[in-house]
Design a protein. Structure first.
Length: 175
């Protein structure tokens, strides 16, 4: 997977996790501060997370390029850092960020002030099953893991740490 493709996937997963933080109005909210947050995510991909049917739609040269990129990337961690703004209004409205996957079905397995555990299933064309666990260490720090099974043999594992930066919100950035 090339850097451009990865940059498209990681923000969607990050957005999903942050959206899930605010999604359940009936459960106790996570004990997190509002403002600018910096999140570092380390992603490891195994297998082929792109379905065979999707690959079959590519030209032979494009398919070979994608497969080569996946082989080169196999089991090699890739780390990316993002900044985002978390407002109380977004938390209250469960509108922190959109997941980018409107057809996916999410189920909150457990939630309290210090932990959020979610399962998500997405339909074709890129079917996936995901498990998310977010644990607050303090109101200004969280750890999260995301495990995704996608495609016929793809596994994506993401370890994330979030650190509150300031009460002021700036435009999201990516490093």
């Amino acid at each position: 997977m090339n850097s451009k493709t990865f940059k498209l996937i990681l923000p969607a997963l990050l957005a999903l996790v942050l959206n899930l933080v605010a999604q359940s109005a009936f459960a106790e909210a996570l004990d997190l501060k509002t403002g600018t947050w910096e999140t570092t995510a380390t992603t490891t991909i195994q297998g082929m997370p792109i379905p065979k049917a999707t690959l079959a739609q590519l030209s032979a040269s494009a398919r070979e390029q994608v497969e080569q990129q996946m082989r080169e990337r196999a089991a090699k961690p890739h780390t990316q850092t993002l900044r985002s703004c978390v407002t109380q209004d977004k938390l209250n409205r469960s509108d922190l960020l959109q997941s980018g996957h409107p057809d996916c079905k999410r189920k909150i397995l457990s939630q309290d002030a210090h932990k959020l555990e979610v399962e998500e299933r997405c339909p074709p064309p890129i079917s996936s099953k995901s498990h998310y666990l977010l644990v607050t260490k303090t109101p200004d720090r969280y750890d999260s893991t995301i495990d995704v099974r996608q495609g016929e043999s793809g596994k994506i594992h993401i370890e994330m740490t979030g650190q509150w930066i300031s009460a002021e919100c700036n435009e999201p950035t990516e490093e």
